[in-house]
Design a binder for this molecule. Structure first.
Ligand code: DC
Length: 226
């Protein structure tokens, strides 16, 4: 591994994405949103007209898709798949569910392994996912498992989705989070769980800023930055 990595894992709605983005920006480190890669495999399968359970059979999708993550001059993130802007499509809850199904296939996980490791370039990488500390970056300089109570994660995700889609219901979000948690943490390969050497941060009742500060402090204690 040619650059230091901070591995951040945790369940849906734990705030990992926001925290990782902020830490990466503050330290001017690279960011890997590994969930987006699983979402892109799901999306490319759907765009090719495949049913969810057939997508995983097409491991070629994970190997051959051209995925680009860009930040516009205005600071907005853009996700491109084979040259097409799919930012909104990739973030849809339905694609998250499909990604969770596709991600339980070992062939898909191994197809994405080297692609994820290639993100570890100087000055360093903040890697956001489910198996960053346990599989992809086992020798990460710092491992964090970020969680929060199911109730709080459901509310956070609901508030996030409500801003984009006024038709979203708390019940539906609740069902989806419970279902995704169960699938992601009980699958046979790379299940969601804290690495034995990870710091567990329970962010229930914590503001995002406080979580960011905690991660910055832990990085400082490991001499990853000043
Ligand atoms: O973090 P997210 O919601 O964008 O991830 C979508 C799905 O992808 C998630 O439910 C499980 C899967 N995933 C995974 O299995 N391993 C990762 N490192 C990241 C995501």
């Amino acid at each position: 591994m040619n650059a230091p990595v901070v591995a951040v894992d945790g369940p849906s709605g734990s705030g990992k994405g926001t925290v990782c983005r902020r830490v990466a920006r503050r330290q001017s480190w690279h960011l890997l949103d590994s969930g987006a890669l699983y979402r892109l495999v799901a999306l490319s399968g759907q765009l090719a007209g495949l049913a969810a359970d057939d997508i995983a059979g097409h491991v070629a999708l994970g190997r051959s898709m051209r995925a680009e993550f860009r930040v516009t001059p205005a600071g907005d993130e853009r996700i491109e798949l084979d040259g097409r802007d799919v930012t909104r499509l990739a973030r849809a809850e339905e694609i998250g569910q499909c990604a969770s199904r596709v991600a339980s296939w070992p062939e898909v996980r191994s197809a994405l392994l080297e692609r994820q490791r290639a993100f570890a370039v100087p000055p360093g990488l903040i890697a956001d996912g489910r198996d960053m500390g346990t599989v992809v970056f086992t020798s990460a300089a710092l491992k964090i498992f970020l969680t929060a109570s199911p109730k709080e994660r459901i509310l956070r995700r609901y508030n996030q989705l409500k801003d984009k889609d006024s038709g979203v219901s708390l019940d539906a979000v609740s069902r989806e989070i419970v279902e995704r948690d169960l699938r992601d943490s009980t699958r046979g390969v790379a299940p969601l769980r804290p690495s034995s050497d990870a710091f567990v941060i329970d962010s229930t009742g914590m503001a995002v800023d406080a979580v960011v500060e905690r991660v910055i402090e832990l990085g400082r204690a490991r001499a990853l930055w000043r």
